[in-house]
Design a protein around this ligand. Sequence first.
Ligand code: NAG
Ligand code: NAG
Ligand code: NAG
Ligand code: NAG
Length: 271
Amino acid sequence: MRSIAFLSIFLSSALAAPLVSWSPALGEFYAAVDRHIQIARQAGAINSPPTCDLSKAVMPVAPTPLPLPDPSWRLSEVVVGRGVQNYTCSLATKDVVPKAVGAIASLYNVSCIAANYPDILGMLPGLALEYALPADPVANLEPSNLALAGHHYFTSNGTPTFDMSQPRSINVANLASIPITDGSSGITKAKLAVNSTAPADAPKGEHGQGFGAVPWLLLNSTFGTTGDVVAVYRINTAGGKAPPTCESSPAYFSVQYATEYWFYTKPKTTG
Ligand SMILES: *[C@@H]1O[C@H](CO)[C@@H](O)[C@H](O)[C@H]1NC(C)=O
Ligand SMILES: *[C@@H]1O[C@H](CO)[C@@H](O)[C@H](O)[C@H]1NC(C)=O
Ligand SMILES: *[C@@H]1O[C@H](CO)[C@@H](O)[C@H](O)[C@H]1NC(C)=O
Ligand SMILES: *[C@@H]1O[C@H](CO)[C@@H](O)[C@H](O)[C@H]1NC(C)=O
């Protein structure tokens, strides 16, 4: 049963958030939340807790579709990632192309939204891009009060890593020293399997300015993974692309991005 209480938290925190600027996207977000509140009210679902059945969630499809999840996999978690993509430029000239060297992002739990409100989910990366990460690394994310679920970072040997074992400090230098208590999703060491260009109308960057949305991806889990995650999809990207050339770029720079990450697990074999 869809719940007004759940949606109200969503809407009131959105209204309380310090707005970077009013945008049509934010207007659409308010309208969608309000629409769902009306539907829930009509259904009499005033205070019932929402069910968050991820088996009902449907992953959006890229213009050039990524391979589908294997039917034996189970969707275990959907998060919004908000952070930066990093690049280097060996020379600040237009015949050199920026090289992607990793990313760092905070991951916010949107599983219940994915299960119940796909229209709202699709708006979140574009909205999240307009809000700076909170100074407190374990704080919730505006505009919708999303709870921290973990962190995404690259190890020193360049392995994309998703750490959902516990919400923890974003300071990568400290990560190794923090004791790990595995949650169900654990730590996923990933390897890029397939990429696909983002839709042409994806948010290009903060305040609608930027060089475009990074590709949608399928990442496979690889050696070093704790937990049961077999694949991670990067979906509905917003921003994150580097300029097409290194002309007048610094040697090292970061580009703000947001996205959804969809985590699939392989059921444990029993007996
Ligand atoms: C990316 O850059 C940010 C600073 O903008 C830094 O904190 C982070 O460690 C960098 N990560 C990688 C993998 O380069
Ligand atoms: C995300 O939220 C769902 C539903 O409330 C919960 O079952 C799950 O444990 C949460 N995951 C993380 C990593 O916080
Ligand atoms: C990723 O995993 C899928 C099956 O889960 C497999 O078909 C594919 O070859 C893998 N790709 C890479 C690059 O490892
Ligand atoms: C996407 O994959 C193709 C080959 O599969 C590769 O040539 C291309 O560089 C990749 N693009 C990005 C942005 O990773």
